[in-house]
Design a protein around this ligand. Structure first.
Ligand SMILES: *Cc1c(COP(=O)(O)O)cnc(C)c1O
Length: 452
């Protein structure tokens, strides 16, 4: 019989609850803090910025399972489950005894995992009487997902897109506008935060940090308007656990259980989304699966950052979050994986890293594209530059198996496809991409400016 490659769930097998790892963690994440009072941020304070239900989820450390609203389940069923695929082609090219699987979140209509959280966030906003949503977007994946989800639930969306990626990925703003969103390059002159940044640095290329500041400012200045975030926060990762919960069932269909789970890491939502449902078996049943977060070598908060209270944005509008951080003023090099150019890690992953429940690896830009090219040529999917980091980490693990002869089962998240990132691939193919070395002094310089 031909080997089965692809595992897909029936609609009635799609999970109806998300998994909240905070309930099962032995050491709970530290609380977000209000920088003015230095007291733990309350749901009331947070809900000035975010939908109230999201704030409750953010601070929920007691309920392991959270029901997915019926209306969100219905939208999920438009594109879920995503396939779990055995990467036979990649295994063969590597000559590894390892079994490599990937969870294909690039198969969503918007091309990445981001829509999994955009839908519930817009749903909760609508339920709570909000009419407008704002957000930032780096590579444009989150902005695209949010623009679509806003349209689906009848909300107006305003998106601040990091200026440098607007130039690198011009089609992404066209996608957002197709879904009816208003798109502005950040830093812009339309907000106080943007003006301040541009006055200090007229050629600022923008970062997720600058765009977040602008979107938060607009949300707080506009009536009936909430801000939405596509990564970092615990409720976003909660929504993304649909990925791992499906993958758990699909691995069972494949008759295997992962020894290693890998995902690329920007703020941690696709990583947590895939990893946490499996990590629960490490916590509760003593399984020994390894969890690896692949970050860019030029933005190494997990391996070279410090665990501190820091702001989530450049201007310091957000609550203080306990995170591994390079400092909120850190300006990552202009690598093409825009979604990974973020200075900090989400609070849950930060605590888990501190407790050695997971580890980070740094992938140089050229290695990430080497991996993406091999994957494209063997599996027929052009991966997003972000996802290339996960593939590179999976290849490292598979090569270790080749050396040791171990037959491990490796599972990674293909967080998105790269079809709108072709200018990046062209530059790689033409030999125009480079690695960036980040010195300890540069890292130290930023970290030494942290006030908390
Ligand atoms: C946004 C994005 C990421 C990084 O965000 P996380 O919250 O760390 O998952 C990774 N891959 C793709 C394709 C993205 O769009």
């Amino acid at each position: 019989m031909a080997k089965q490659k692809k595992f897909i769930l029936q609609e009635n097998q799609i999970p109806t609850q998300w998994y909240n790892i905070q309930a099962d963690m032995l050491n709970k994440p530290l609380m977000p803090m209000n920088p003015k009072t230095m007291q733990p941020a309350t749901i009331e304070e947070l809900s000035r910025i975010f939908a109230t239900e999201c704030c409750k989820q953010e601070l929920n450390i007691t309920d392991a399972w959270i029901d997915i609203p019926e209306e969100v389940q219905e939208k999920y069923r438009n594109y879920r489950s995503t396939p779990l695929v055995r990467a036979y082609g990649l295994e063969e090219a590597l000559g590894t005894p390892a079994h490599i699987y990937f969870k294909n979140e690039s198969a969503t209509p918007l091309g990445s995992h981001k829509v999994n959280s955009a839908l519930p966030q817009c749903y909760y906003c609508k339920q709570e009487g909000t009419t407008n949503v704002t957000t930032e977007t780096g590579a444009g994946q989150w902005g695209a997902a949010l623009s679509y989800a806003a349209k689906v639930f009848g909300l107006e969306a305003a998106v601040y897109q990091v200026k440098i990626t607007m130039q690198q990925k011009p089609y992404r703003s066209a996608i957002m506008r197709t879904f009816g969103a208003a798109v502005t390059g950040s830093p812009s002159m339309s907000t106080r935060a943007g003006k301040d940044i541009l006055t200090a640095q007229p050629n600022h290329p923008g970062s997720l940090g600058t765009a977040i500041s602008e979107a938060v400012e607009l949300a707080t200045m506009t009536p009936n308007c909430k801000y939405t975030l596509g990564s970092v926060l615990s409720h976003v990762t909660l929504h993304q656990t649909i990925i791992g919960l499906e993958a758990e069932k699909q691995m069972e269909m494949a008759g295997e259980y992962p020894d290693v789970v890998i995902a690329c890491f920007g703020g941690g939502s696709n990583f947590g989304g895939l990893a946490f449902p499996f990590m629960r078996h490490n916590i509760l049943e003593g399984k020994t699966t390894e969890f690896i977060a692949a970050e860019p070598a030029s933005c190494p908060k997990l391996t070279r950052g410090v665990f501190r209270y820091d702001f989530g944005d450049e201007a310091g509008y957000t609550p203080l979050l306990p995170m591994y951080t390079l400092g909120h003023n850190f300006k990552p090099a202009n690598i093409h994986a825009g979604g990974l150019r973020y200075h900090g890690a989400g609070t849950i992953a930060s605590q888990l890293l501190k407790d050695k429940m997971m580890r980070g690896v740094d992938i140089p830009q050229l290695e990430s594209f080497d991996a993406g090219m091999l994957f494209a040529r063997t599996e027929g999917i052009i991966p997003a530059p972000e996802s290339c980091h996960a593939i590179a980490a999976a290849i490292r693990e598979a090569n270790k198996c080749k050396e040791s002869g171990e037959q491990k089962t490796i599972l990674f998240c293909l967080s998105g496809h790269g079809l709108i990132d072709m200018p990046s691939y062209e530059r790689y193919i033409d030999g125009d991409l480079q690695n960036y070395n980040l010195s300890d002094e540069e890292i130290q310089k930023n970290i030494s400016q942290l006030k908390f």
